[in-house]
Design a protein around this ligand. Structure first.
Ligand SMILES: Cc1cc2nc3c(=O)[nH]c(=O)nc-3n(C[C@H](O)[C@H](O)[C@H](O)COP(=O)(O)OP(=O)(O)OC[C@H]3O[C@@H](n4cnc5c(N)ncnc54)[C@H](O)[C@@H]3O)c2cc1C
Length: 405
């Protein structure tokens, strides 16, 4: 980790968190005791550790490194990775609930957990050698090391198969050249799982460690979204990567896509956490804010907004719960995951926009979490497959016809 001192928020700026989770259809009854335990402990951690400081870090556009140990302690780094490699060994509904609760706090913090667990630990676990698993997974699970995932390039976002980053076999090492863009956590990550083409044009993954000559990670500044998450480039200028650092058991675009499936599944749950926070905030505000001599929640127009919000949230909660059951049974298809990711993020964005209106002018301030969630969701609707790309995946799945290219 960087040794730069972290500026702590003043006690005056610490926020009180009054969150009460909406559960209109008693979905709690569909959860096991273990699910509820995981959910409640992450919820308590977010209230205690994330909510009081997150607005301040977001305003300063800084990732709160102070949360890394806590994220590791609640099992957010590799929730489904077996305990023998340091993971939490949980099922997919627990993983989803964890992402829901973390994103209720902030999408940027959930992004860090998603990248670490689904995009860095998962490929090492699924496609790495036993030696690689033992070397990297425990360090990543404990948060001692933070990883990043390099797929997107400046000229290839929705179309990652066309990537130009490549490596050559130089006998005793691989020589890696190219550049990745929009890489979450890259500015301070100790390692990167980098997808690049071999000399035959096949996509493979290399583990690149900080300190390897020619590997740099300039930070991307001036973001209005995911301000509490660090995004950067990952640049490879004749980087000599040891041969031991290639993931031996995967070739082709299905490698990165399988990682994205894991992460998109988490986002489908996570975005609902942001939606639930916006709804809860707006509901409470509507009962307290008096205009024309009565609470604004008593006006039909505000009730319409709130009623539609909870309807959409409830539909999406049921969708992700069912997806979790399918995932536990190893039956969830990539297209089903796309549908849920797209639906949850769209729901969350709509809820955030309506909630913002219910709060009137106060809705645009950092006194409440809504504007931060709304801005964050503009990244969430774009990364891990854009809103339109997920629609095209559903379209292709139901018609059998490819409308991409
Ligand atoms: C904050 C943030 C963090 C990120 N973190 C990571 C990370 O950690 N690792 C990583 O590898 N990447 C990361 N990304 C990159 C992200 O996955 C890409 O931004 C995303 O895939 C879209 O690519 P693009 O931005 O190049 O948009 P483009 O692909 O250029 O798309 C632009 C627009 O064109 C549309 N479009 C593209 N193709 C089609 C088509 N065939 N038909 C119809 N419409 C189309 C898209 O839907 C979109 O609306 C991150 C992005 C952001 C913003």
């Amino acid at each position: 980790m960087s040794n730069q001192p972290e500026q702590k928020p003043s006690s005056k700026s610490l926020k009180k968190d009054l969150y009460e989770a909406p559960d209109y259809y008693w979905i709690d009854e569909l959860l096991t005791d273990e699910h509820k335990l995981v959910r409640d402990s992450v919820r308590a951690w977010v209230k205690k550790e994330v909510s009081p400081i997150i607005e301040d870090y977001a305003q300063r556009a800084e990732f709160p490194k102070v949360l890394i140990t806590g994220l590791a302690d609640i099992g957010a780094f590799g929730p489904t990775i077996p305990a023998k490699y340091g993971g939490a060994g949980l099922d997919y509904i627990s993983y989803g609930l964890m992402m829901q609760e973390i994103e209720r706090g902030d999408s940027g913090i959930r992004s860090t957990a998603s990248v670490q667990g689904s995009l860095v630990m998962f490929p090492i676990y699924a496609y790495g050698s036993e030696e690689q698993k033992r070397k990297y997974l425990p360090k990543l699970a404990s948060g001692e090391w933070i990883g990043c995932f390099g797929l997107t390039e400046p000229d290839y976002g929705s179309d990652p198969s066309s990537m130009v980053t490549h490596f050559e076999d130089k006998g005793d090492h691989y020589l890696l050249n190219g550049a990745k863009m929009w890489i979450s956590n890259s500015p301070f990550a100790q390692l990167a799982v980098v997808w690049a083409k071999n000399e035959s044009g096949e996509i493979q993954a290399l583990i690149v460690e900080r300190g390897m000559k020619g590997f740099t990670t300039p930070e991307i500044h001036n973001k209005w979204s995911l301000r509490a998450s660090a995004s950067g480039e990952a640049v490879f200028d004749n980087v000599k990567v040891p041969k031991d650092n290639i993931l031996p058991n995967i070739k082709g675009i299905k490698g990165p896509l399988s990682c994205l499936n894991q992460a998109r599944y988490g986002i489908a749950w996570g975005a609902l956490g942001a939606a639930m926070d916006c709804y809860d905030t707006a509901l409470r505000y509507s009962k307290e804010r008096i205009q024309f001599g009565r609470p604004i929640g008593g006006f039909q127009l505000q009730q319409k907004k709130l009623a539609e919000m909870i309807t959409e949230i409830t539909k999406a909660q049921l969708l992700v719960w069912r997806l979790g059951v399918l995932k536990n049974e190893n039956r969830a298809t990539p297209a089903q995951i796309s549908m849920a990711k797209r639906n949850s993020v769209e729901t969350a964005l709509n809820v955030a926009r309506e909630a913002r209106q219910i709060l009137g002018g106060m809705g645009i301030t950092g006194e409440y979490p809504i504007m931060r969630h709304m801005m964050n969701l503009e990244s969430v609707v774009t990364y891990e497959g854009t809103h339109d790309i997920h629609l095209l995946i559903t379209g292709m799945d139901i018609t059998g016809l490819n409308a991409f290219g």
